[in-house]
Design a protein around this ligand. Structure first.
Ligand SMILES: Nc1ncnc2c1ncn2[C@@H]1O[C@H](COP(=O)(O)OP(=O)(O)OP(=O)(O)O)[C@@H](O)[C@H]1O
Ligand SMILES: [Mn+2]
Ligand SMILES: [Mn+2]
Length: 657
């Protein structure tokens, strides 16, 4: 139905006018039903206008300033017409009734949908919603308007779950921004007073750092909020409430002092919400777009034009990928029919659960010995000695690879000893068998070690794990459970054993551990590769062969790049399981320990690792994830496993934010 437009169709002041939106309504043409929402500045009612269901927004006008604002708001709304923007159908701009009438959107706000209904949209739905909203932002920005309050609570959904950008209460023309900014800051004094106070609580978490710093609002500040919104859609988590820390969402946002701390962390330490996980389903390009949008430097954030282009291309890729998967599925079922020979041997390997093999064997071999672990720790005789207070976390992803061949374990307070902690990573090659076995076999050996020296215990555990694995593999071969005679799985291993103030790191292969010591990287291990001259000589000395194969020096004939490992029985003894051990005395200068498989170190260097952790919320599993995400983004083609251990207590503020 088209409502009749009374001429001249202007507001009472004559400043607002429209060709299509009626600005004069007879009192009988509308009925307000029940209120839907009451804000500090307006009440929104469900209403009937000329027989049609609408939402009536009635601003609370108490000063002449408020009335000026209403007119400004109306002028702006009269100029908007876009399929991604809530549609104004009429307005009433005459005392005593000042009202906006909008099309009614059935499914409420995106915030309610996500957090009340706990809706978890598919990646395709996320892409549809973000693309439509990005186009709405593009429309606004290209028309010289910034929204200034982009957040899921200001996105309305129709019955098809199409999104509409709503609530232009804070929107401004770009040309007016300088003045608006000045006015706001002058009248508010402090960033938490006045303007901020009114809009902060719901919006703080979406506010770009430059706004929190009282600098100019630009269209790039909308892009920042939009980045936070995309991530919220993917994770289903209210920003900054996703930490397993003491303080939960409501307390964080309700309490003023934490509000200030959050502000400080966003502004100065670059804190952002936990990024959605890199999974098989979320395209990496989408995660990287989020990070570009919420970057600290507004000038480096993409424009809304670019965001639209990028989302369109991700959408395309997603379509192609789905088509590819359909093709792949059909080709696999074809080879099934043909009774593929490769597949039958593969099945044989997969029949063996190497993790549980390692675990049950480890139990058997630990029974016979008396544990020497308690003797390693001797803090009683030197009560004043420095003892690090640790917090730890890890993250592991198969990255671009189809299968995961990395394994790891975290064993804090080993054997219930307060100051003994063990962490390890295994990076499998030629299958995951050796890595799976080792992660379950090695810890038991160390726990039950009778050695009085922690370093020696590590060394023996590596060598024995290698022997046990090769023995198992042999017996499976004999019982024909492994039909493939020339299958020689192996893995690298790195283990960090912290005993009071001493850190022992044992390593075979090319995983790596570093300390952040007085702000700088400090290597705790070195890689064992055929490119390394000492290692090459050692291998040759023990009867092995090193050859230039494909692109680099490798151990022949298998073509292994690492020169030490667990497993790889075709290359023993030249490729030894004897670890190199480093022993480091820790002091208050040592901030954190980072261990990772080569999937990280291939693309991120020591300094960068330290800088990334410095820029991330001081929560070890978040740091681990950040590092892995960074590596994946930089194109690491490998599995990536990261363990981060903080060696000093992290203040609550640093940890939460
Ligand atoms: N067109 C609409 N259709 C359905 N519901 C609506 C519509 N417009 C607003 N609402 C409801 O009213 C609420 C408040 O709307 P809006 O955000 O425009 O007002 P506000 O006073 O600026 O609110 P706040 O200050 O809380 O952001 C929305 O969250 C939504 O639940
Ligand atoms: Mn709102
Ligand atoms: Mn690797």
């Amino acid at each position: 139905m088209v409502m009749e437009i009374v001429k001249p169709n202007t507001c009472i002041r004559g400043c607002c006018n429209s060709k299509s939106i009626p600005l004069h309504l007879s009192p009988s043409s509308f009925t307000l039903l029940s209120p839907i929402a009451r804000g500090s500045e307006s009440v929104v009612y469900e209403a009937i206008l000329d027989g049609r269901r609408v939402a009536a927004k009635k601003p609370i006008l108490s000063t002449s300033d408020d009335i000026d604002k209403f007119h400004k708001h109306l002028q702006l709304l009269c100029n908007l017409d876009h399929p991604g923007v809530t549609k104004l159908v009429a307005a009433h701009a005459k005392p005593p009734n000042y009202m906006f009438f909008f099309e009614f959107y059935e499914c409420g706000t995106l915030a309610e949908k996500l957090h009340v209904e706990e809706w978890s949209p598919s990646v395709d739905q996320v892409l549809m919603i973000t693309l439509q909203l990005a186009k709405a932002l593009q429309y606004l920005h290209n028309n010289g308007i910034v929204h200034r309050d982009v957040k899921p609570a200001n996105v309305l959904l129709d019955e098809k779950l199409s999104p509409y950008l709503a609530d232009f209460g804070l929107a401004e023309y770009k040309k007016d921004l300088r003045e608006v900014n000045l006015h706001n800051w002058r009248s508010s004094g402090r960033p938490t007073g006045g303007f901020h106070k009114k809009n902060m609580v719901g919006t703080l978490i979406y506010m770009a750092p430059e706004i929190l710093k009282k600098e100019m609002y630009t269209e790039k500040s909308d892009i920042y909020s939009f980045g936070i919104l995309i991530n919220e859609l993917l994770t289903g988590v209210v920003p900054y409430t996703d930490l397993r820390a003491e303080a939960q969402a409501h307390t964080v946002l309700e309490m003023n002092y934490t509000e200030q701390q959050l502000t400080a962390a966003i502004v100065s330490s670059g804190l952002r919400p936990a990024l959605a996980e890199i999974g098989l389903h979320i395209p990496e390009s989408l995660l990287s777009l989020i990070q570009k949008c919420w970057g600290a430097d507004p000038s480096k954030r993409p424009s809304s034009d670019n965001v639209v282009l990028e989302l369109e291309s991700i959408w395309e890729q997603q379509r192609e990928k789905q088509q590819g998967q359909i093709l792949e599925k059909t080709s696999i079922s074809r080879s099934d029919r043909d009774g593929d020979a490769f597949k039958s041997t593969r099945d044989n390997w997969e029949n063996i659960n190497w993790s549980s093999q390692g675990e049950s064997l480890s139990k058997k071999s630990s029974l016979s010995t008396v544990s020497g672990v308690t003797m390693w720790s001797s803090s009683t005789d030197e009560p004043s000695r420095y003892v690090p207070i640790i917090s730890y976390g890890s993250f592991a992803t198969c990255g671009r690879r189809e299968s995961m061949e990395d394994t790891h374990f975290l064993m804090p307070h080993m054997c219930k000893e307060e100051n003994i902690h063990l962490f390890a990573i295994f990076d499998g090659h030629r299958g995951a068998a050796a890595a799976e076995f080792s992660a379950h076999f090695l810890p038991g050996l160390i726990q039950s070690s009778s050695s009085t020296s922690a370093g020696e215990a590590l060394s023996q555990a590596f060598v024995r794990t290698d022997l046990a694995f090769r023995h198992e593999l042999d017996s499976h071969r004999q019982s024909k459970r492994v039909s493939q005679k020339d299958w020689h799985p192996g893995c690298t291993a790195i283990a960090s054993l912290l005993v009071d103030n001493k850190l022992f790191v044992a390593n075979v292969g090319d995983s790596r551990a570093i300390l952040c010591r007085a702000g700088h990287p400090f290597a705790l291990s070195k890689a064992h590769l055929a490119t390394c001259i000492e290692e090459r000589n050692r291998v040759i000395g023990e009867g092995g062969r090193i050859e230039w194969l494909v692109d680099t020096w490798r151990v022949a004939p298998a073509g292994l790049q690492v020169t030490r490992s667990i497993g790889d029985d075709d290359l023993k003894p030249a490729v030894t399981a004897e670890p190199e051990i480093s022993e480091t005395i820790l002091s208050a200068d040592d901030e954190f320990l980072v261990m990772a498989s080569d999937g990280l170190w291939d693309v991120v260097n020591d300094e960068e690792v330290i800088n990334i952790i410095r820029d991330t919320v001081k929560e070890p599993s978040m740091c681990s994830k950040r590092l892995a995400t960074e590596a994946a983004e930089r194109g690491s083609g490998d599995n990536i496993t990261v363990i981060v251990v903080f060696l000093r207590p992290v203040s609550t503020a640093e940890r939460i934010y």
